[in-house]
Ligand binder design. Structure first.
Ligand code: SF4
Length: 211
């Protein structure tokens, strides 16, 4: 597998935010979201076997692991890595942009799937069939750039009943969408979603990698 970085940090973008977590960031993504904050993972990386990734993960002595990217599900061996981590007793989160089939992922993993809003420039890439593959424990995230993204996301929630019993996150684009404004809209309309900040960006220097 081509891996960009393996590091331990605070999980920042799901209902597991705040927990210590080992991140395995794969190299490569076929999308180009306007607000992408991990463009350094598009090309940089080194080849690892599944076993050598496991060796790195074990060093951190943390039972919570997130596979992220880039787009981790582009890598052929990601399903094997996920299953191997689960078999070793790790709790595994998989963060995906929603444009690659998730049905290949071991059902014990927790998927955090983005639905790309128009403000990302990538809304045409969502694989809507993925919604039918979401399991009870999976979560969905909308990254909101402005009011029209917010209204669009509300429309998607109304359109797809499968989303009604899922944990849904609305997260403002860091440095672009004022958090207060998004929080205000959610409160005004009593929208049943979780407002979410990218916690790690408030802890560490955002120019750093491995956060
Ligand atoms: S899917 Fe993720 S890694 Fe790919 S361009 Fe969008 S934000 Fe960046």
């Amino acid at each position: 597998m081509k891996i960009n970085e393996i590091f331990k940090s605070i999980q920042g973008e799901s209902s597991y935010a705040g927990l210590p977590c080992v991140f395995v960031r794969t190299t490569g993504c076929h999308l180009r979201c306007r607000w992408c904050d991990t463009a350094y993972a598009f090309h940089e990386g080194h080849e690892y076997s599944v076993e050598s990734i496991l060796q790195e993960v074990r060093r951190f002595e943390c039972r919570f692991v997130e596979l992220t990217g880039g787009e981790p599900l582009l890598q052929e061996e990601s399903p094997l890595l996920i299953a191997t981590l689960l078999n070793e007793g790790y709790q595994v989160l998989v963060e995906t942009g929603g444009s690659v089939p998730i049905k290949q992922v071991d059902s014990r993993a927790i998927i955090i799937m983005d639905i790309k809003c128009p403000g990302s420039g990538m809304d045409h890439t969502t694989l809507w069939e993925n919604l039918a593959c979401l399991k009870d424990q999976d979560e969905v995230k909308f990254v909101i750039a402005d009011r029209s993204d917010y209204d669009w996301a509300k429309g998607i929630l109304n359109q797809y009943s499968v989303l009604q019993d899922k944990i849904i996150h609305f997260s403002p684009v860091f440095g672009q969408m004022p958090a207060k404004e998004l929080a205000g809209w959610i409160l005004e309309e009593a929208l049943p979603v979780r407002f979410q900040l990218q916690m790690h960006k408030y802890i560490w220097d955002t120019a750093m990698k491995g956060i």
